[in-house]
Design a protein around this ligand. Structure first.
Ligand code: AMP
Ligand code: DBH
Length: 591
């Protein structure tokens, strides 16, 4: 299956990589990272620079410049973790800049270097930014895990990336991350540092003990991060059993921030509320916390996404913009409506823009945003691999509520094609392929996936089925990839099937989506039992418990398990997931 012309294949040798010489020098600090990185071909990189998209900025220099321009402006507001009367922490740009320097120096003092990988799994706290900017300054790569990830995901990320560090909260949502960290550390030879935020660090090191005076730990020569360097590894929602890692460079990601800031109308007066998990690509960059810092605005961290927590915070901090997945947007709409019907005020007057994305937002719900919340809806259809589409703030209301937007950049190349990769006319639904100044050319260290996920000329196969309107807006019509979109949380069917197959009673498993009024989709696992277990089948809850006990994020545990004697087959004898989806949907509407 490996196509020698696929971008991932050439990346292994990297003859066309800018800085390809680094790959041939095994001692170069970025050698390990570059060995798995599919670079932008030279002619594209040159064009993206000439067009002014890639401006040679790094995250480290961006924060330095903002701090120099407006040191006393507030950058980060964290309503928790303060001392004395006021639990709220407020860090100015100068303070965040200084903290990033001290963190970088402390990380270096502990032997963390440019090109090293550090798995970051933190809730929405100020320390997330102190740490991530510290890593950016060192040139070490954060690997952005989500708080919901458990043993299966975390041990994989640590081992696959050869991570030297893993950063966790002590306890979060009732889960003891220190214990998980101990287990993963014992099993992962590369993992030297477990750093803990908040609470007792136990056998690990408190993150608060890491920062030191920058004069005490200057970087060695050659360690300065470069704009073309991979800045971090983002995660793919994935459509196969193996989660994939997404290498994003300073240059390409900062371009997507600049474009997002402009299209979302952000400036230094913007106050962005981080409601979704901070490490996810959407609240990180669309325009998210990093876009807001790029614009010189203020980032407010929401510890918890419920209206009860978020609404008072919006009122108190004068939040102007935030981003939600569709199920949360529905919850907020319902709550605001109830408050108003009871004669109260939700206190959302400052809110100007609500971004909704991650999964399809129904037209019906979209129409309620302006009248109920009093702000402009901006639909966003994005992916951690790159391409992000936004409806424009001045698009007609009809376009805002019926489309998922159009690309950030005039240089985003978007193709809508049939099964044979032939271009389709506007208005016809097909596969979305894309290439551009902030879309990756390959997953990290995954030549075989890359051969399937990218065309020979470098277009990313998104796995989404879309239709393009006459105005160039995209409407998401479904997906070709084998993935369930559980209200923005992506579940790869194959990953869950593999876990089910490990159960002694399970002969075969097929995981499909079922419609759900709240999440859009939930997961249904169809299971064929082994002959000898059919007389006394295990209970559904037993299989769910089995999957959970294998240490999987909760959102991946099947919502429903259905036992069948055999799966319906397609014409050539493959499991017909289409028929399974239809069967479960029909049984839900009839019950
Ligand atoms: P991920 O791979 O986790 O970054 O998820 C990206 C995927 O989420 C896209 O390829 C789409 O399938 C889905 N997605 C994101 N935003 C939207 C949206 N506004 N409408 C429909 N699907 C979306
Ligand atoms: O779902 C996503 O991954 C997503 C949604 C909206 C995303 O990565 C983004 C915006 O940047």
């Amino acid at each position: 299956m490996t196509d020698p012309t696929a971008p991932g294949a050439s990346a292994v040798t990297g003859p066309t990589a800018p800085g390809a010489s680094a790959v041939t020098d095994p001692h170069h600090p970025m050698a390990e990272v570059l060995a798995g990185f599919a670079p932008y071909p030279d002619e594209f990189a040159a064009r993206y620079r000439a067009d002014g998209h890639w401006r040679g900025e790094t995250f480290g220099s961006m924060l330095r410049e903002r701090a120099a321009a407006h040191p006393d402006r507030i950058a980060i507001v964290d309503p928790t973790g303060g001392s004395g009367e006021d639990p709220t922490r407020r860090w100015t740009y100068a303070e965040l800049d200084l903290r990033a320097d001290r963190m970088a120096a402390g990380l270096r003092a502990r032997g963390i270097r440019r090109g090293d990988r550090v798995v970051v799994q933190l809730p929405n706290t100020a320390e997330f930014f102190e740490l991530v900017f510290g890593l950016f300054r060192v040139g070490a790569l954060p690997v952005f895990a989500l708080p919901a990830h458990r043993y299966t995901e975390i041990s994989y990320f640590c081992a696959f990336t050869g991570a030297v560090g893993y950063v966790v909260p002590a306890v979060e949502g009732g889960f003891d991350h220190r214990e998980l960290a101990s287990r993963v550390k014992a099993e992962t030879p590369s993992l030297r540092h477990v750093l803990v935020v908040g609470g007792d660090a136990g056998e690990h090191t408190p993150l608060a003990e890491v920062p030191v005076d920058p004069a005490d730990a200057a970087g060695a020569p050659g360690e300065e991060p470069q704009p073309g360097d991979v800045a971090f590894l983002q995660l793919s929602g994935g459509s196969t059993g193996v989660p994939k890692l997404i290498p994003r460079t300073h240059d390409d990601y900062i371009y997507s921030l600049r474009g997002s800031v402009e299209l979302c109308g952000q400036d230094e007066n913007s106050v962005y509320l981080v409601v979704l998990p901070a490490a996810h690509n959407f609240p990180l960059s669309s325009p998210g916390s990093l876009g807001t810092l790029y614009a010189g605005g203020r980032v407010v961290l929401c510890p918890q996404p419920s209206p009860e927590t978020a609404f008072p915070l919006i009122e108190r901090e004068g939040v102007t913009i935030t981003g939600l997945v569709p199920p949360l947007a529905l919850l907020w709409l319902d709550s605001a409506e109830r408050i108003r019907e009871a004669g109260g005020s939700a206190g959302l007057e400052s809110l100007e823009v609500l971004l909704v994305g991650g999964a399809k937002f129904s037209e019906e719900a979209a129409r309620r945003v302006r009248p109920v919340l009093g702000c402009t809806l901006q639909q966003v259809f994005g992916m951690a691999e790159g391409l992000v589409n936004y409806t424009r703030l001045d698009d007609p209301e009809e376009v805002i509520v019926t489309t998922q937007g159009r690309p950030i950049s005039p240089d985003d190349e978007v193709r809508v094609v049939d099964d044979e990769d032939r271009d389709l006319p506007d208005g016809t639904t097909g596969h979305l392929l894309t290439r551009g100044p902030y879309t990756i050319r390959g997953y990290w260290n995954a030549p075989e996936h890359n051969a399937a996920s990218f065309t020979a000329d470098g277009f990313y196969r998104t796995g989404d089925l879309v239709r393009r309107t006459g105005t160039g807006h995209l409407v998401v019509e479904g997906r070709a990839k084998d993935q369930i979109n559980r209200g923005g949380e992506k579940v790869a069917a194959e990953e869950i099937e593999n876990h089910l197959l490990a159960h002694p009673a399970v002969h075969d498993a097929a995981v499909v989506s079922m419609p759900d009024p709240y999440l859009g989709e939930r997961t249904c696992a169809y299971v064929v039992l082994r002959e000898e277990h059919r007389a006394q089948p295990p209970k559904s809850v037993e299989l769910k418990r089995f999957v959970r006990q294998r240490g999987l994020a909760d959102f991946k545990v099947p919502d429903r398990v259905e036992f069948v004697d055999a799966f319906p087959a397609t014409g050539i004898g493959k499991v017909s997931k289409k028929d399974l989806r239809a069967a479960i949907a029909a049984s839900l509407t009839s019950s």
